[in-house]
Design a binder for this molecule. Sequence first.
Ligand code: COA
Length: 159
Amino acid sequence: MQTAIYPGTFDPITNGHYEMIGRASRLFGRVVVAIAGRPEKSPNLSLDTRLDLVREVTAKFDNVEVIGFSGLLTELMKNQQAHIILRGLRAVSDFEYELQLANMNRAQMPELETVFLTSEVENSYISSTLVREIAKLGGDVSKHVHPVVAQALSSHYNT
Ligand code: COA
């Protein structure tokens, strides 16, 4: 059974991430969504909140697990006995960063492969940063995130 690891910050999970997870769940036997703590990125939502939200949003997928991690992604891959990293490409602008990340990860663990899925057009302009900004200013993010995420953002920002 092939395990794919889908790593990211998920601050918060958006419909774009959800789309990737759903498609990955059909392609791979097991999908592990790995949420990086990333204190250096100062996430708005705590790791526990991000874990709860991703678990709730992806609950319908039987072969999807959600875990938190700190440290190197390649160490996590070894611990999970996985050699596939899944990443999404929304636009050409994502490519340069993703290529660098993929090559760096492969330099550390030559047996790993990064698999890219391209976003649906309607999700190609969504980013967690823009979703957070709109939510913080009291705007409507319901087109871009699951209702539980919209609710969590509204409580977090008191809007
Ligand atoms: N749909 C919608 N949005 C998407 C998306 C999609 N399909 N794919 C990416 N994004 C957005 C995210 O919302 C996020 O937006 P933001 O920057 O506005 O918050 C952005 O693209 C990138 O986020 P994400 O996919 O979560 O990746 P990341 O760059 O935050 O995470 C890690 C990178 C966690 C995978 C990487 O830093 C890592 O592996 N860290 C562990 C430490 C390590 O091993 N470092 C060495 C790496 S070589």
